[in-house]
Design a protein. Structure first.
Length: 598
């Protein structure tokens, strides 16, 4: 240890820890990264205000119009750092097969060596922030704690919105003695020196070279999905890329659904759905918009919590028609990243309203020749408390009981509007077969269909073969598991026009889903699942041709035979980790499709 002088150690007045593991780790990181100062975050209003002031001075944040958007700020990221970088994201397990073909792998020794070399001296001249946080309601047995060390004040203020951060989390860590270790530095932001590494066997994350939410707010994708999925398998629960909603019927009964969709496929919109005009007395409650941790409760039902405390949503497309609840929650106390601004400094993005952008996401005078004004993956960060549809159950330590689990992808053709699995194992196959067109949430080509099992392709912290086996194992744990469904809001006609109106009208589909869970709702059997019978889906007040409904609610067996061949090829690429029960299930679907052809 050469040339290291102990940095100023500033532990907040109310913050104390005797946790030796935590103190030793903070010390070890400081020695490696050599910050000028260490600050333990207490999550207070004063701390937040001071960090914002500091970022306004440095130019990391820009104040937005204080009359229309009080306490709202804009952050413009480096133009090369605007999305998750899956090709630079690694799962480092001792045994390569444990990470599986679904992850980029490195041995833990290599991973640590490579990433530590980048962290060496990375915080020189900067402050190192220590952020204790809790994923989930602070008193929930389903919640888990972590500590993120970062040199980015932008990360601190975002983590404050997205997690339960500060003193109460530190107190829980103090009680439990363990936590997930997350080390982050923006480094020099160069893509050549960017790495997002996970060490599930050590419950540790090291991420350097990116300030983008999914790479830098380590509580979210890195902890709550990649590390938690690993922990969940060991402990017998599930960590999933799912929204959670409560659907209240006119009789005042609320039933809960969790739904998995790939990134930027409308999870936030669905989570905050406003019922269509024809649905008087219905209400949708938002429990979560991105992540769901669930386990079988003592009563045999599946209980779910949202581990997050805020929303990190895609801005473009959020408007008065598509998501009025989101638009309303964004007019105060929000952070915007890479959106455009109007000439009076209001945030703006495509699909927001009729205002005209003056400056694009890079701060250039807006010119349509340069592409969209807001980056397609521009984001807002906001506390869930600001959402008008926020469910009071969001803070319930027990979580909410799920009636249904829904999988979905973005597919122009093939997949019907909705179908129900025959049973749990068939539902697991449906989830494992999810395919979707890629979006701007990750770098790379947009619009390419790829397999995204359970919408977890970028987020499962271990071999998908083992993950499916874990999912299948739930069939033996309870006979009161949620029913499983598959939906597709994105079917198009030959001219590329969407066949289904989506948004609020998706409630019609969720109603059929809940009817089926209650043993009601007419359905017809097909080789790939149960579909709504003619007239079973309420289309009252909807201007949609019967022929379009027929197209949305039918399957093309020949196209499905091709699909099933592609699914088999994909599943078999997992070799001996692929559970036999999943292959058996696939074989049953194949047989049913063949007898349809005979
Ligand atoms: C997200 C994502 O940010 O899935 O939620 O990329
Ligand atoms: Mn997501």
């Amino acid at each position: 240890m050469h040339g290291f002088t102990q940095p100023t150690f500033n532990i907040g007045s109310v913050m104390t820890t005797t946790n030796k593991l935590l103190l030793a780790w903070v010390d070890e990181v400081a020695r490696l990264t050599k910050p000028d100062r260490i600050h333990w975050c207490d999550g207070s209003d004063e701390e937040n205000a001071a960090l914002i002031e500091q970022m306004l001075e440095s130019g990391d944040l820009i104040k937005l119009n204080k009359d229309t958007h009080p306490n709202c700020f804009l952050h413009r990221s480096d133009p090369s750092d605007v999305a998750r970088t899956e090709h630079l994201t690694f799962v480092c397990t001792e045994n390569e097969a444990d990470a599986g073909p679904n992850n980029h792998w490195m041995s833990p020794a290599d991973g640590h060596a490579k990433v530590d070399a980048l962290f060496d001296g990375a915080m020189q001249g900067r402050t190192m922030y220590v952020i204790p946080y809790c994923m989930g309601p602070i008193d929930s047995p389903l919640a888990r704690c972590g500590v993120e060390i970062t040199d980015s004040p932008y990360v601190v203020v975002n983590m404050r919105l997205m997690t339960r951060m500060g003193q109460p989390a530190l107190a829980r860590i103090e009680r439990e003695g363990h936590f997930v270790k997350g080390l982050h530095s923006t480094g020099d932001l160069s893509p050549e020196r960017r790495m997002i590494t996970h060490f599930p066997e050590e419950l540790a994350i090291k991420s350097i070279g990116s300030g983008y939410g999914g790479n830098a707010l380590l509580g979210k994708k890195c902890h709550a999905l990649r590390i938690a999925s690993w922990q969940a398998r060991e402990e017998g629960w599930l960590a999933e890329h799912m929204l959670i909603v409560g659907i209240e019927n006119p009789q005042g009964e609320v039933h809960y659904i969790a739904a998995a969709f790939p990134s930027a496929c409308g999870k936030t919109n669905l989570a905050m759905l406003i019922p269509p005009e024809s649905h008087k007395g219905w209400k949708v409650w938002t429990v979560g918009d991105d992540i769901c941790w669930m386990r079988v409760g003592e009563d045999g039902r599946m209980w779910a919590i949202n581990p997050e405390a805020g929303f990190f949503g895609v801005a473009p497309g959020t408007g008065a028609k598509t998501n009025p609840n989101a638009l309303a929650m964004l007019d105060h106390d929000a952070i915007f990243t890479n959106v455009a601004v109007t000439d009076d400094m209001q945030p703006w993005w495509e699909g927001k309203d009729k205002q005209v952008p003056a400056f694009d996401w890079q701060g250039r005078p807006y010119d349509s020749k340069n592409g969209p004004a807001a980056h397609p993956n521009s984001r807002f960060t906001v506390s869930a408390k600001q959402c008008a549809s926020a469910s009071p159950e969001m803070d319930n330590p027990t979580g909410v009981p799920l009636s249904a689990i829904v999988f979905g992808g973005r597919r122009k053709e093939l997949a019907p509007l909705v179908m129900q699995a025959r049973d749990w194992n068939h539902g697991v196959l449906m989830g494992a077969s999810v395919a979707s067109e890629t979006t701007a949430a990750a770098t790379g080509a947009v619009g390419v269909v790829r397999r995204d099992p359970m919408a977890m392709k970028p987020f499962c912290g271990y071999n998908f073969g083992d993950y499916w086996a874990h999912w299948l194992s739930f069939a033996d744990r309870s006979d009161k598991l949620p029913q499983i469904f598959h939906v597709n809001w994105f079917r198009q006609d030959d001219d590329g026009k969407f066949l289904w109106p989506g948004f609020g009208d998706n409630l019609r589909v969720l109603r059929w889903v809940l009817d089926r869970c209650a043993g009601r709702g007419d359905a017809v059997e097909t080789p790939v699942g149960w579909l709504p019978a003619k007239g079973a889906l309420d289309t009252s007040g909807l201007n949609i041709d019967a022929s379009v409904m027929d197209e949305l609610l039918s399957i093309d067996p020949a196209a499905w035979r091709d699909e099933v061949t592609a699914v088999r090829e994909y599943l078999e690429s997992f070799g001996d980790r692929l559970p036999d029960d999943l292959l058996d299930e696939l074989q049953r679907v194949e047989k049913r499709l063949q007898s349809e052809a005979a």
